[in-house]
Design a protein around this ligand. Structure first.
Ligand SMILES: Nc1nc2c(c(=O)[nH]1)N[C@H]1C(S)=C(S)[C@@H](COP(=O)(O)O)O[C@H]1N2
Ligand SMILES: [Mo]
Length: 330
């Protein structure tokens, strides 16, 4: 396997530093990227990234989408994140390792699109976009917590993963589910640092079957009253709100039911930092930073100027998920 013979850039001290949000935000700040309220005109003019040439509208291409609110998830106890802040501060390594990938992500081809459901199931099926729209859509306002200790509140539109799981009818031998993101080396060219060719593409994530069956586990096909902008993982992405954000693979093309815990992208890169389970646990620090508090995504690229709030076990969703795990709910 390639990782055995080639030096691993993520083991170098530079990479350790570079994955931390502060590094990228300092870069953005130095480039002169200021308030997101004026981002649509300022970003392309002030930044010289190759990725900023393609568009001036972070919400380009979205189509209005409405669905009834799920009454269990109307109040996250925090204000909604401003949509333009959320749409211009992203992690999507297929398009680069900075937070400012939204212009580059516009090259993602999202129509036509298919999602293959296969593996240890009675009913394998390939869904196209029309099929996905047949699921009963709802709106859920969820807290969202990145392992880098920034957080948002997003009104997602989509459907519980459980509905797709039930349609597939997993065999009793299926214990885990592997989710695979879109990858095309000519389109998803990845970061220049760490060099893309060393990274374990395609991006994959995994859940236990019983985690996927939990009512909270959600497929989003929209947010903020319209379809997903590409940088959020159009046309369909995972939202697993009690886990760190990297567990939520974007732009999913394949869902496979398997009998053993699958290898995943960040876990392959650094297993002791990005565990397979990766539930939000404020008392379990990341090896390089505390997880006790988080910063609510606000204007601009400087997370240290954002509001800091305490983190909560299971991101505050213990009543739904604590019985999936051994540790006692706090
Ligand atoms: N395919 C893919 N999915 C991904 C990522 C990625 O780099 N590639 N980043 C993850 C991480 S680390 C986070 S925090 C969230 C960010 O989602 P957002 O940019 O829509 O807020 O997406 C997750 N899903
Ligand atoms: Mo993340």
């Amino acid at each position: 396997m390639v990782f055995i013979h080639i030096p691993k850039p993520w083991q170098l001290p530079e990479f350790k530093v570079s994955h931390e949000a502060a590094f990228y935000n300092r870069r953005r700040f130095l480039k002169g990227v200021v308030g997101v309220g004026i981002a649509s005109t300022v970003l392309p003019l002030t930044s010289c990234d190759r990725s900023t040439r393609q568009t001036t509208d972070p919400l380009q291409g979205v189509i209005p989408l409405r669905a009834p609110q799920n009454p269990n998830f109307t109040d996250a106890g925090r204000p909604l994140t401003n949509e333009l802040f959320a749409a211009t501060y992203n992690n999507f390594y297929e398009f680069g390792s900075s937070k400012n990938i939204w212009p580059a992500a516009q090259s993602l081809p999202t129509n036509p699109w298919t999602v293959e459901v296969s593996g240890l199931v009675k009913n394998p099926k390939t869904y196209d976009l029309d099929d996905l729209m047949q699921f009963p859509l709802e709106e859920r306002i969820y807290r969202f917590r990145c392992v880098e200790a920034w957080a948002m509140v997003v009104p997602w539109l989509g459907f519980p993963m459980r509905l797709m799981l039930e349609a597939a009818e997993p065999l009793s031998t299926a214990k885990f589910v592997r989710f695979t993101s879109f990858y095309d080396r000519d389109i998803t060219t990845g970061p220049s640092f760490p060099p893309s060719q060393f990274l374990p593409w395609p991006y994959t994530e995994g859940l236990r079957v019983d985690e996927m069956a939990n009512d909270l586990a959600f497929f989003a096909i929209g947010a903020y009253g319209h379809t997903l902008p590409k940088q959020h993982g159009a046309p369909i992405r995972m939202v697993v709100p009690w886990k760190y954000g990297f567990k939520g693979a974007k732009s999913v093309v394949k869902i496979e039911f398997v009998d053993a815990q699958p290898a995943t992208y960040w876990n392959t890169i650094s297993a002791n930092e990005y565990k397979f389970e990766s539930n939000v646990e404020p008392d379990v620090p990341h090896p390089r930073w505390s997880q006790a508090s988080e910063r609510l995504v606000g204007p601009g690229g400087n997370p240290y100027a954002w509001e800091e709030v305490p983190s909560r076990l299971y991101n505050g969703y213990g009543e739904f998920v604590a019985d999936l795990y051994d540790r006692a709910a706090v």
